[in-house]
Design a protein around this ligand. Structure first.
Ligand SMILES: [Zn+2]
Length: 402
């Protein structure tokens, strides 16, 4: 294939993915967003119209004026699979190219089991087989851990207890689809930037509380991954000198102090909840007004607030989005968070908005699927060979008779 033809196909893919993720748009808007010439978009649109992959739509402005000529996707028969891997469960979704979740499935999972990889591969293969879409672009996987390259074949995760688990290659050979893997909070931040509160912001911070503590950083509209994929590991900010030992081996990490397991341990040893009660019982006590339960959350909120203030002072985001299973009990956290967070901010940032979003497990899996959907915009090339395969599948679909 000649170079010029490859470039044109990549641009066609970018136009399709743009329409899929942002909805119908005018040619001028597409040219601006993709940073290409309007003439090129006009040419690509003509080709895509001829291939019946897009359709013309006329949009009449509500306050008069000239109707705008928009183009939109003709087919939503292209999709991707997203998987969120947690220590005790898997959440799998199928999404259309517009990012809409059309299938959700959650299964129990035991990450520490010797059969974990085989179980995961079987579960994902079944979701792929059930799909009725004509083209699946690939499988995106979010894991709690660092991923140096999205397209690398093996992964490490202290939370899952995994060392060099060949997740990527196992899924590729079982499904014959491209696979991209990333840290699950980075994937979540990607979903936020495409479909959530983050959509209107070029610089934002997603912070998560629950079974772990993490952050996804978006700057200039892109996820910041750092030198080795470890950017955003705010759970390992040292906050105390004598705290419990963390999964990472250090002492006094934020995550070791405020993850759900630690709150439960503190509450049990103080007799706030019974020896077999969990986080649910602690939340019920707190909500019912038990001051000792409230203090466990408020203390966690204080530590979290000071740490997040340091991150905001360092990165200068426009907005902070709080997510994760712990966000469900945010009013209990907020009692400690707000008084610790605001005064620790530099004056210019003191008014920053903190938005708390409800717990949506499928949003994380949707984020993993977004790793695949956003690949045609992967200017930095972080998706490597797998990204190339995804673009190839999109352009093959584009070239196939409908
Ligand atoms: Zn740590």
């Amino acid at each position: 294939m000649a170079l010029s033809s490859t470039r044109t196909n990549a641009s066609r893919a970018a136009v399709l993915a743009f329409l899929g993720t942002h909805g119908a748009a005018s040619r001028a808007e597409i040219a601006r967003s993709l940073e290409v010439s309007p003439a090129l978009v006009t040419k690509l649109a003509r080709e895509l119209l001829a291939d019946q992959l897009i359709i013309e739509l006329t949009h009449s402005p509500s306050r008069g004026g000239r109707p705008a000529q928009l183009i939109g996707l003709a087919s939503h028969d292209i999709g991707a699979i997203g998987v969120k891997v947690a220590p005790d469960h898997l959440t799998m979704v199928e999404v259309g190219i517009d990012g809409e979740v059309t299938h959700v499935e959650t299964r129990d999972f035991e990450a520490s089991s010797p059969h974990a990889l085989a179980t995961l591969v079987t579960a994902v293969s079944e979701v792929v087989k059930l799909s009725t879409r004509r083209t699946q672009l690939g499988i995106g996987v979010g894991i709690p851990g660092s991923v140096q390259e999205q397209s690398e074949h093996s992964v490490n995760s202290t939370q899952l207890g995994w060392t060099n688990v060949p997740l990527g290659s196992a899924l590729q050979s079982a499904t014959n689809l491209p696979v991209l893997i990333d840290n699950n909070v980075s994937a979540l931040a990607l979903a936020e930037s495409l479909y959530g509160t983050g959509r209107g912001h070029d610089h934002f911070l997603v912070v998560t509380i629950g079974s772990g503590v993490g952050a996804g950083i978006v700057s200039h509209g892109s996820i910041i991954r750092g030198h080795s994929g470890n950017a955003g590991e705010i759970g390992h900010i040292p906050v105390t000198t004598d705290g419990p030992v963390c999964n990472c081996g250090a002492t006094g990490c934020l995550e070791a102090a405020i993850k759900e397991e630690s709150l439960v341990r503190q509450a049990r040893s103080a007799g706030v909840i019974g020896p077999h009660d969990g986080i649910g019982a602690l939340e019920v006590r707190g909500a019912a007004g038990d001051p000792r339960a409230q203090e466990v959350f408020a203390n966690a909120g204080r530590l979290f607030g000071r740490a997040v203030a340091g991150v905001v002072n360092t990165l200068d985001p426009e907005i902070v989005i709080v997510l994760g299973e712990g966000a469900a009990s945010w009013p209990l956290w907020a009692a400690g968070f707000e008084p610790a967070f605001r005064p620790a901010l530099i004056p210019q940032k003191r008014g920053i908005q903190v938005v708390v979003e409800g717990w949506q497990d499928d949003r994380w899996a949707q984020g993993a699927a977004c790793l695949i959907l956003s690949t045609p915009f992967d200017d930095a090339g972080v998706s490597g060979k797998q990204g190339h395969l995804i673009r190839e599948r999109l352009t093959t679909h584009a070239g196939a008779p409908s």
